[in-house]
Design a protein around this ligand. Structure first.
Ligand code: URP
Ligand code: ZN
Ligand code: ZN
Length: 448
């Protein structure tokens, strides 16, 4: 962290230093504010069919909301379909983003089957198409879940070709049974989503994935870690020297299982997987971020309106589409509950919300740092602005905000994407379609 001028020219950072000559350039006064590398959200779901409906935010609305929250790059998930090619999945998601995204974007691919064609295609994706990470699901049986053989083969392929396997770690087979049992006993309310997905099922799956990664020799990234138990599995694996990385999300730092009891079906807005946990997990996860036992902060933005979408599960919690709108407030939550609370330092904030994701997902040093030659993705962050988060004032295309009513201090004043000012004094000034696909370099293990 230093006091310096930053010269942006031609979409990149051209110079850094004290009292740079600004002749011929616009000058933005950042006094009283921090100048951060644009935040990188490594986990979003925009325009995604899921749970019998399609997410409320697409690449247009989702990226505007992201920008206003200080995010200048997202990495979204392109869903592979069993029996189809990875190339088709990537092409489909590129089409969804083109002409709509206001900020830069990359893609992870999901792996829906373990056919040789799929595994071999991972090489093309990594070497030619700029995708370096692949998510496998251990849950969502009959929908996205794959078996251990597929996961292990995908790990072997990732190791061979320079990819990173991401895992959604919950035991989907057991959840299928607990869910059927709960419904048979007449339990239909949102809180049963959490009661049928106990923490042990996340802990077990996390450990299983880590052990499979250990045997295959592949690096592993555990997405949306919700609990101390799962985070401890990651810490244990790292103590054995394994290249394992963990991501947690704002919802697991500030929301809890108590939210499922909210009246008028508002508890459904908190239905996500893994589910929210008892409150005491929050400080453990924050501590793990602080101690570099968890490494990235993804939103897992997957927005559904309460009205007409979450309501699909009014009489059956298992039919509530899983996910919550978090893309806009991700950075704010880490800032306020991490930095303002005195737990996370400023340099750590930047690492957790930007640099580490850039390194893992092949975007560094183009993204994730303020350095000469890097993209001029910059957030001027005003730490003095007090505000209350609300669905009434947010910019996501959805009728609920799980952080509703939280009073926070700090706001993006200006945001630049490759040198273009896309947020000016808190107002979006960018353009749909100005965001570009950013190719990832192959994965290489980094010490985080
Ligand atoms: O509930 C969630 N997390 N929805 C998005 C899909 C996923 O598993 O990441
Ligand atoms: Zn997941
Ligand atoms: Zn997700």
């Amino acid at each position: 962290m230093t006091h310096a001028d930053v010269l942006m020219d031609g979409g990149v950072i051209a110079a850094l230093g004290a009292k740079l000559d600004a002749a011929g350039h616009d000058v933005v006064d950042a006094s009283g504010a921090y100048v951060f590398p644009g935040s990188i959200d490594p986990h979003t779901h925009l325009d995604m069919p899921f749970g019998g409906t399609v997410t409320a935010d697409d690449f247009a609305t989702g990226t505007v909301a992201a920008a206003l929250g200080g995010t200048t790059t997202i990495v979204d998930f392109a869903l592979h379909t069993r029996g189809d090619s990875l190339a088709n999945a990537l092409a489909t998601w590129k089409k969804k983003a083109a002409g709509k995204a206001a900020i830069d974007y990359g893609f992870h691919l999901t792996i829906a089957d373990g056919r040789d064609e799929t595994l071999n295609e991972m090489q093309t994706m990594i070497e030619r198409e700029g995708v370096n990470s692949f998510k496998v699901f251990m849950a969502y049986k009959h929908v996205l879940q794959v078996d251990d053989e597929t996961i292990f083969r995908a790990m072997q392929a990732a190791k061979k070709f320079g990819g990173l396997i991401q895992v959604h770690a919950e035991n989907g087979d057991v959840i299928e049974v607990t869910t059927k049992d709960a419904l048979a006993a007449g339990h239909t309310a949102p809180k049963w989503h959490a009661l049928t997905r106990p923490v042990e099922l996340e802990g077990e799956a996390t450990n299983r994935a880590i052990r499979m990664a250990e045997v295959s020799g592949a690096p592993l990234y555990v997405v949306h870690v919700s609990s101390a138990m799962a985070a401890d599995m990651i810490s244990d694996g790292r103590k054995r020297g394994l290249p394992i990385y963990g991501e947690t999300c704002p919802q697991y730092l500030v929301c809890s299982e108590d939210d499922y009891d909210r009246p008028d079906f508002a508890g459904a807005n908190y239905v996500m997987s893994p589910p929210l946990r008892p409150k005491w997990n929050q400080s453990v996860l924050l501590g793990k971020l602080k101690n570099s036992e968890l490494h990235t902060f993804g939103s897992d933005h997957c927005s559904f309106n309460n009205c007409g979408q979450k309501e699909l599960g009014k009489d059956d919690f298992s039919k509530i589409p899983n996910g919550a709108p978090t893309i806009e407030d991700r950075f704010t939550i880490l800032w306020h509950y991490g930095v303002n609370a005195g737990v996370i330092g400023i340099n750590q904030l930047v690492a957790l919300s930007s640099t580490n994701a850039a390194k893992l997902f092949g975007l560094f040093p183009r993204k994730g740092t303020i350095a000469v030659g890097s993209d001029a993705d910059i957030v001027i962050w005003d730490p003095s602005v007090e505000r209350t988060i609300s669905a009434k004032s947010h910019h996501m295309n959805v009728d609920n905000n799980i952080f509703e009513g939280m009073k926070v201090k700090g706001k993006a004043r200006h945001v630049f994407s490759r040198g273009r000012k896309i947020v000016d004094d808190g107002t979006f000034t960018g353009e749909a379609g100005a965001g570009a696909f950013v190719k990832a370099n192959p994965f290489y293990p980094v010490n985080l």
